[in-house]
Design a protein around this ligand. Structure first.
Ligand code: ADP
Ligand code: MN
Ligand code: MN
Ligand code: MN
Length: 334
């Protein structure tokens, strides 16, 4: 018997949420074709009307389930209509097309997922109904007075590694209770599937601690850092000699398509992209070397080497990587 956790993305607006349910499969699973299609009640997930509510789950990839262990697996799904056509909430299908169309560009993505732990109504470690000391010492801090939730962070990182997710690091963030992990560099579908699965694991593991993680871009208003999902991006030609010219041309195209990008970079992002707290205002577009107040940062090493990647600092923590990867490829490679 294999416990397969079927995971999908719902139709919640303005920000979709993860859902999952368990299928017990008689026999073993050695390829995607061993995983049957499955259904769910779309009227409970903002994906259907009550009188015609069947939606379909189509498995697209699976990984070992580090929470249950053994033969258990986590299965990522695309949501389809009952007749097999693509459901309107399914953003992966479009990325899949774009990834295929531009496959010769060999695009890579590294996503920095920031998030904030909450316990009750306050961020983890904050005094009840009050505020901790002002920001300053918490970023990459150590000690019980500086970082909160490290045991969860360690469990999550280990789980991701066990599951084969391409997690490339973790760090404590500027606001106490806020953390980051990075996934990538990987191709567009792999990084997006793995980011969604690593989010699911974060929620699931924090659940056992009685803590919840939020991806809200501005979980506490005022003089506290927001939470983003910086998206590091490169194509084959950006990574080769002379790539800096390709990166600069991409930055120009990104500047001409700023509004289209912002429209898929996450809800409530205007609360975060204010021009303060290491951000560029949502109303402006700027790129520059090493500039953490720009929309796009060209890392120092990339400028020095003359090739490498760019960092799009605009996506918010709650963004949908399927949409962000798709528009980056369309704007920079199209
Ligand atoms: P920051 O200095 O902005 O905090 P991080 O170290 O948190 O940067 O994240 C950088 C991310 O960029 C990592 O996930 C890394 O794997 C990824 N990355 C490195 N090289 C490339 C590349 N050529 N293309 C895309 N992503 C890359
Ligand atoms: Mn980072
Ligand atoms: Mn960060
Ligand atoms: Mn960054």
């Amino acid at each position: 018997m294999v416990k397969a956790e079927y995971i999908w993305i719902d139709g919640h607006k303005p920000t979709a949420k993860l859902r999952s349910k368990t299928k017990v499969i008689d026999g073993s699973v050695s390829s995607l074709s061993d995983l049957p299609l499955w259904g769910f009640d779309g009227s409970s997930t903002m994906q259907a009307e009550g009188n015609d509510s069947d939606c379909m789950l189509k498995p697209v990839c699976y990984i070992p389930d580090p929470v249950r262990g053994g033969d258990s697996i986590l299965v990522m799904n695309e949501v389809m209509n009952a007749d097999g056509s693509i459901h309107t909430s399914n953003t992966r299908a479009h990325l899949s097309e774009i990834a295929e169309k531009y496959k010769d560009e060999e695009t890579w993505f590294g996503i920095e997922q920031e998030y904030t732990f909450f316990q009750g109504r306050s961020p983890l470690g904050w005094p009840d109904g009050g505020y901790p000391a002002p920001q300053g010492p918490f970023y990459c801090g150590v000690g019980a007075d500086e970082v909160f939730g490290r045991d969860i962070v360690e469990d999550h990182m280990e789980a991701c590694i066990q599951a084969g997710i391409g997690i490339s690091g973790v760090n404590a963030e500027v606001m106490p209770g806020q953390w980051e992990f990075q996934v990538g560099p990987l191709g567009p579908l792999a990084v997006s599937d793995q980011l969604w699965l690593s989010r699911w694991l974060l929620y699931r593991i924090a659940e056992d601690y009685g803590v919840n993680a939020t991806l809200h871009p501005k979980p506490v208003s005022g003089d506290w850092n927001g939470a983003g999902a910086h998206t590091n991006f490169s194509t084959k030609s950006m990574r080769e000699n002379g790539g800096l010219k390709v990166i600069e041309a991409a930055c120009e195209s990104l500047g001409s398509n700023h509004d289209a990008h912002i429209s898929v970079y996450g809800a409530h992002n205007e609360e975060r992209l204010t021009g303060l707290h290491e951000t560029c205002s949502i109303k402006e577009f700027r790129y520059g070397v090493s500039d953490r107040g720009a929309s796009i940062r060209i890392p120092m090493a990339t400028a020095n080497d003359g090739h490498g990647y760019l960092e799009d600092r605009r996506p918010s923590a709650n963004m949908d990587p399927y949409q962000v990867c798709a528009i980056l490829i369309e704007t920079c490679c199209g």
